[in-house]
Design a protein around this ligand. Structure first.
Ligand code: KG4
Ligand code: ZN
Length: 340
């Protein structure tokens, strides 16, 4: 083994995906994700079931990652894992596993902030992606968060805008639920929106002056609109699914992009990235790309596999902390509400 190489195992278990990745310097050798199908029948993530499923998945997922990477555990330099934010029971599984594995191997542990990792996914060395120059702005949109982040350095980030209520992913998932679609509804709204007219229906946009977001008014607006129309025609949502999905998606994207434009202007930055599960949305990706022509932005969009929760992003964040020798003590605890 070349001793100047850094090889890390990374674990992500903050919500309902159990994932393990192996990274050699900034190149991903393996990135395994086990999704938890169990939550579909409940219309959302059930925390107790999530932590139980993590316990079942974690060892096979880690074994698979090491096998695909062709790395022996003795070659690992350290183990990185998600400290938070997320569901406490889920985080505890990854945290306990990583600590005991590292202790057994006598190697250091590195804790990673899940939201920071979503952003640092942009720095994975991958032919399919270009790395943003520092500083840049990142719109981080997931099931639990919606933030505009000023990224000053790999490990120096400032939240300049955040949601006051629901996250963008929740807005997608809750709208989908109102339309009778299963969880998680975001990808389904994206799929049906492709066939629909985004101007068919007009939904409420919040009036907030600063860089913060709000999605609860939109959700209520959609709920009453569907209820009223369903009274007149019980099949209203079904018959107009594509137009409804396209209009809802269009409204959510407008809310996001309006604030992103404002942030870019205020901070005088034209390097704009997106990250998090909702950055997989094709409408959002297209809207961002359009700003390259209209506003002269250079945009950075992660590959699909690095958008939704994955351990590759934990691995690259761990790698940058490793380079800075930012190791943690075994007494470190999972933190459900960890801030950026
Ligand atoms: O980052 P992520 O995998 O998990 C969290 O940290 O929350 O994000 C999950 C969220 C869910 O709300 C899901 O519906 C949404 O990302 N999502 C999408 C798409 N793919 C995933 N939303 C809209 N369009 C998509 N294509
Ligand atoms: Zn996430």
């Amino acid at each position: 083994m070349n001793t100047s190489e850094t090889i890390l195992l990374a674990i992500e278990s903050s919500c309902d995906d159990t994932s393990a990745a192996v990274i050699k310097d900034d190149k991903i050798l393996a990135n395994i994700v086990a999704n938890q199908e169990i939550h579909k029948q409940y219309g959302g993530v059930v925390p107790e079931l999530a932590s139980r499923a993590h316990q079942q998945h974690i060892i096979p997922v880690v074994n698979e990652a090491l096998k695909i990477a062709n790395i022996q555990k003795q070659q690992l330099s350290a183990i990185a894992f998600t400290k938070g934010p997320g569901l406490l029971g889920s985080l505890l599984v990854g945290t306990s596993f990583a600590k005991s594995f590292a202790q057994g191997l006598n190697i250091p542990i590195i804790t990673v902030n899940h939201m920071q990792a979503h952003i640092l996914a942009h720095f994975i060395d991958d032919k399919g992606m270009k790395k943003p120059p520092l500083p840049f702005l990142c719109l981080t949109v997931s099931g639990g968060h919606t933030q505009i982040v000023l990224v000053k350095d790999y490990l120096d980030m400032e939240v300049v805008g955040t949601t006051l209520d629901d996250a963008a992913g929740e807005a997608f998932d809750k709208s989908a639920k109102i339309l009778g679609l299963p969880y998680p509804g975001g990808p389904l709204i994206d799929k049906y929106a492709k066939e629909g007219n985004s101007k068919a229906y007009d939904f409420t946009k919040p009036k907030i002056d600063d860089l913060n977001f709000s999605f609860s008014g939109l959700k209520t607006n959609i709920l009453y609109f569907i209820q009223n129309n369903t009274q007149k025609n019980p099949n209203f949502a079904k018959e107009n699914l594509a137009d409804l999905c396209a209009s809802i998606q269009h409204t959510i994207i407008e809310i996001l992009i309006d604030k992103l434009e404002k942030a870019a202007e205020q901070h005088n930055i034209k390097h704009i990235a997106i990250a998090g599960g909702v950055s997989a949305n094709s409408g959002l990706r297209n809207s961002l790309k359009e700003r390259e022509q209209t506003l002269g932005w250079t945009t950075y969009i992660p590959k699909f596999e690095y958008c939704t929760d994955n351990a590759a992003m934990i691995a690259i964040a761990g790698y940058h902390k490793y380079l800075n020798k930012q190791f943690d003590d075994l007494s470190v605890k999972a933190q459900a509400r960890l801030q950026l």
